[in-house]
Ligand binder design. Sequence first.
Ligand code: AHG
Ligand code: MN
Ligand code: MN
Length: 317
Amino acid sequence: MSLSLADWLAAQSVDPALISGLASMAASCAEIAVVLRNAPLAGQTGLAGHTNVQGEAQKALDVISNDIVLNHLRANPQISILISEEMHEAVHFENQGRFIVATDPLDGSSNLDVNVTVGTIFSILDAKGGILQPGSAQLAAGYAAYGPATSLVLTLGKGVGVFTLDEAGTFRLTTDTVSVPEASSEFAINTARERFWDEATRGYVAENIAGETGAAGKRYNMRWVGSMVADIHRILMRGGIFLYPLDSETLAKGGRLRLLYEANPMAMLIEAAGGRSTTGRQRILDLMPSAIHQRVPVILGSADEVKRVEDWYSRAG
Ligand code: AHG
Ligand code: MN
Ligand code: MN
């Protein structure tokens, strides 16, 4: 039988306190997987009846998933602060815990009632650095993808491990040789937003659509699940590029996706597997956050494709 997550972590020669934080997130994800699997039978679908800090309607499962993470982390003396998409303020636990967890407890909620892959995204930081730290300071990052199988994908900086939840509720190693291919011909973007796009996004996508008849000189395919976790998981496993760029509609907010618990952990994972991440003009992991729910443009995936987008931005000035 393949290595359990606990055994794999023990072999990584990392701080046991950090391992304990990761174990709490893994336990949260295993519990959320069970809830999601049974939600349609348990009547847990639909709206919760309130909106979160982002002004988005919370689903019942957003609230349940947030509570599961909150309960696991509150019980762990190593974690002193929790930042969550579903909570207005950072939660300070009454302990001297050394770590901060930032999480999107349930990503892709719009896909919940149609049984499409959703996920939990998380980032772990040293509490000494305070709640606003650049992504480059992350000690670990990961996500769970609740699909046909439940996958837990983790990085401690170098390399990415993928684990699969078994029937007994243990995550077991599937692969730790994940590498995002440099070249790819798959792109993921919500093309219904085309009328809001800037020149760089328009130019890059137009070249892809032109295929072998355009400047890119090869044929592309488009994929968009609408769950960041599902789109990024595909890109980690077989390459591609994901774009949620700044556009004229999201300009005032700074973008669509959130820096601390969506962009940063995904950028760390993609880079740890050899890929690249940018806002179009800056490496995501170098951004200095100014607020816990800050939004940013997100472009990440296969290095060659991300570089092409960066070239478009530098030409656009
Ligand atoms: P969340 O469900 O946590 O609010 O995040 C949804 C995000 C992300 O999963 C996805 O990439 C994006 O929103 C989808 O955006 P569109 O609605 O524009 O497709
Ligand atoms: Mn999300
Ligand atoms: Mn969410």
